[in-house]
Design a binder for this molecule. Structure first.
Ligand code: FES
Length: 308
């Protein structure tokens, strides 16, 4: 029987949904870069799975094999012809298949070269967090912090950096908790809108200032805290009461060692409920000013404001 002119043509490429899945995976990665790293991991998994399936599919579809003829030869033809047919059967990479795979491979390498560095810059801060001040700053004897009184406490957070690392915290000795543990409210003075220094709204008692090494402790009687830059206002627990700040003022953890108040880790706070020793709050990893740490806004406004 004569051979049809169409018999040797490459079969039309099969339609595949794998590229769509791959594209969705890449899109999820990009969204994850902005929203959260779990979404990015999900996107990467999707991209890898669908990418592999796509490459496998591409490799299979580029093999114009006359398998019926090859199998027919198995029983009827001499061994040389059978070997040739089997060789044809084993050739799974035609020129178009090679070009397709080469294009995908080169594109993948270029894509990785472009994506990985920016991915590193975008993702690593999620794992490392913002640079954290020295966690152990000795603020001196707790007797320098009168119970029930706020103090403006200035200290050097990193002795190596010197005065550029001077920080201010508003510290109130709350006395003891129900469990008879010392309680301190330690509010960081940095405004959580754009980082200006918030000020206590109330009289300062400079004449009662005390010093411990380079720590200065000045009693103050605030009705709240205000930010001079854009009118942000906070109550005495650091909750935002007015203006553009997006969350409560950050706080510091603390410990007591040999009768001294030791400044601990800086952390961020959503909303504080209760006051003083009875205050409850959820701690979040130290966040930049302008960043929501809780609620739906955390998902709607995930982009941090760098450099503040
Ligand atoms: S920086 Fe404080 S209100 Fe804007």
């Amino acid at each position: 029987m004569s051979e049809s002119p169409n018999d040797n043509r490459d079969p039309a490429p099969r339609q595949s949904l794998w590229p769509v899945g791959f594209a969705v995976g890449v899109a999820v990665i990009l969204v994850g870069l902005v929203v959260s790293w779990p979404a990015m991991v999900l996107g990467a998994a999707l991209a890898i799975v669908f990418g592999v399936l796509w490459i496998r599919d591409t490799a299979r579809t580029h093999a114009p094999v006359d398998s019926a003829a090859a199998h027919a030869l198995v029983d009827d033809e001499p061994s040389a012809q059978r070997a040739a047919a089997e060789e044809q059967h084993l050739e799974t990479y035609g020129r178009s298949g090679f070009l397709a795979l080469a294009t995908i491979g080169v594109g993948g390498i270029i894509g990785a070269g472009v994506t990985l560095p920016s991915l590193g810059f975008a993702v690593l801060p999620s794992f490392t967090g913002e640079a954290v001040d020295s966690p152990d700053v000795d603020l001196g004897p707790i007797t320098n912090f009168p119970e029930g009184t706020f103090t403006i406490t200035s200290f050097t957070s990193n002795p190596v950096q010197g005065d550029v690392s001077r920080r201010t915290a508003y510290i109130r000795n709350n006395g003891l908790t129900k469990e008879k543990q010392p309680s301190f409210t330690i509010i960081y003075s940095r405004c959580v809108h754009l980082g200006c220094p918030v000020q206590p709204n109330g009289p300062r008692f400079e004449d009662k200032e005390v010093k411990f090494k380079d720590v200065t402790i000045t009693p103050v009687q605030p009705a709240g805290f205000g930010c001079p830059c854009h009118g942000g206002a906070y109550d005495t627990e650091g909750n935002r009461t007015a203006g553009p700040p997006v969350r409560s003022l950050d706080r510091f953890a603390f410990s007591i060692k040999d009768g001294h108040l030791i400044l601990g880790k800086h952390f961020s706070v959503g909303t504080v409920t209760g006051t003083g020793a009875d205050a409850t709050m959820t701690r979040y990893r130290q966040a930049y000013p302008g960043v929501h740490v809780d609620g739906i806004e955390r998902w709607l406004y995930p982009i941090p404001v760098p450099g503040t």
